[in-house]
Design a protein around this ligand. Structure first.
Ligand SMILES: Cc1cc2nc3c(=O)[nH]c(=O)nc-3n(C[C@H](O)[C@H](O)[C@H](O)COP(=O)(O)OP(=O)(O)OC[C@H]3O[C@@H](n4cnc5c(N)ncnc54)[C@H](O)[C@@H]3O)c2cc1C
Length: 356
């Protein structure tokens, strides 16, 4: 019976018989990859090429639509990637197709449309994963690559108002990726923390702007006096009024400015959002992995956490750049380290077997 058939049989068994009978049939997979964005796809590709058997959960609809994987449009800071409309989803689709057709395809268990909702470390060192349909799986190693999402501003009582402009790439979130779009544009930064002030100064140092304003949207600024001096030198205005509405044509993604509750207006043809991130770290917390004060998962250089066998790659890992290429690199480090441990186990078995 192929493993795909085994999985199908396991799901049917679970629907027809009590859970105790199902647990007795659970197979142990060497590696599970959770997340199908930049890091998850690279972890799957690397593990597949290493000839390791992988259980791959790209995520169910509810989580995918809230991920950067689905959110990213054109990627201009990686060679040749500008040709994709969706800079992560489009190349990932091609890559998955290739993986599922390659020489090692029998090793790949693509849990299409499924995400992981529970994760537990067992006493014997293995991990139990439960998907969003309630099916359980066992794995020796786990790479978590569930990423994060940017906090959206509340405008006119809704987080939705900004989205049409974000889809048109007139509102951006990542200065390293899209800062160049602000060149020669009336630009605003939405945010009130030290991060917003440093994004504003960075953009002002790199590009030319006819005007730049930080909109705190009713919040008190959270940067220190040194930063205040820099903002003043660069003639970056700080507007603390509450935003009432966005001025522009949402259907065309044509941004013109932001109107405040006193009906005054700040002109803007480009906006950057700097309000922090929502981290998808629930599964890491469930297994007891250490997180930093912002919620990013603390790991060593190759992504190994304080929980043996549990690795984190991509944006969720503390201390790395939140970029596609770093997500890839971090995923390769973790997948290769797991492969080294699997090979070591195999080697020990071979060396201890006199009949080999
Ligand atoms: C607007 C914007 C533009 C950007 N532009 C660029 C750019 O031009 N260049 C660049 O290098 N970087 C860019 N980035 C950064 C880049 O998007 C991230 O660094 C990258 O997506 C991180 O990859 P990841 O795999 O960690 O997370 P993601 O790509 O977000 O993937 C997370 C995955 O986890 C899955 N998932 C979540 N929860 C679960 C679960 N419970 N079970 C299973 N799966 C789950 C989701 O379905 C998704 O597949 C941009 C970011 C933003 C916000």
């Amino acid at each position: 019976m192929t493993y795909f058939k085994q999985e199908l049989a396991a799901r049917l068994t679970k629907q027809l018989f009590p859970p105790i009978l199902f647990c007795m049939t659970t197979k142990k997979y060497p590696l599970a990859v959770i997340g199908g964005g930049a890091a998850g796809m690279m972890a799957l590709l690397r593990a597949t090429l290493n000839n390791d058997e992988v259980l791959f959960f790209p995520g169910h609809f509810g989580v995918r639509k809230k991920s950067r994987e689905m959110w990213i449009n054109r990627v201009e800071n990686m060679p040749t990637f500008a040709e994709y409309k969706k800079g992560i989803a489009d190349p990932n689709r091609k890559t998955l197709k290739w993986i599922l057709d390659c020489e090692f395809k029998e090793n790949v268990h693509h849990m299409k449309g499924l995400g992981v909702t529970k994760l537990k470390k067992n006493d014997d060192g293995t991990f139990t994963l439960v998907d969003n349909e309630g099916t359980e799986y066992l794995a020796s190693y786990v790479i978590l690559a569930t990423g994060c999402m940017d906090v959206q501003p509340m405008i006119g009582g809704s987080h939705q108002a900004i989205l049409p402009y974000a889809n048109a790439q007139k509102v951006e979130y990542c200065a390293r990726c899209d800062g160049h779009h602000t060149h020669k544009q009336h630009t605003v930064i939405l945010g009130h923390g030290a991060g917003a002030a440093s994004v504003a100064s960075l953009l002002a140092e790199r590009y030319r702007h006819p005007s730049m304003t930080i909109l705190t949207n009713g919040e008190e600024p959270g940067w220190d006096d040194d930063r205040k001096i820099i903002l003043e030198k660069y003639r970056i205005d700080v507007n603390k009024k509450k935003i009432k509405e966005i001025v522009g044509e949402p259907k065309k993604g044509d941004l013109q400015g932001f109107r405040f509750e006193d009906d005054s207006l700040v002109q803007a043809t480009y906006a950057f959002i700097s309000l922090g991130m929502i981290l998808y770290n629930e599964l890491a917390l469930e297994v007891g992995a250490e997180v930093d004060d912002r919620g990013f998962v603390v790991t060593d250089k190759i992504g190994h956490t304080n929980i043996d066998g549990f690795y984190v790659a991509g944006d969720l890992r503390a201390g790395i750049k939140n970029q596609i290429y770093t997500a890839w690199d971090s995923a390769v480090d973790s997948a290769d380290h797991i492969n080294a441990r699997l090979r070591e186990t195999k080697r020990t078995l071979i060396l201890n077997n006199p009949d080999y």
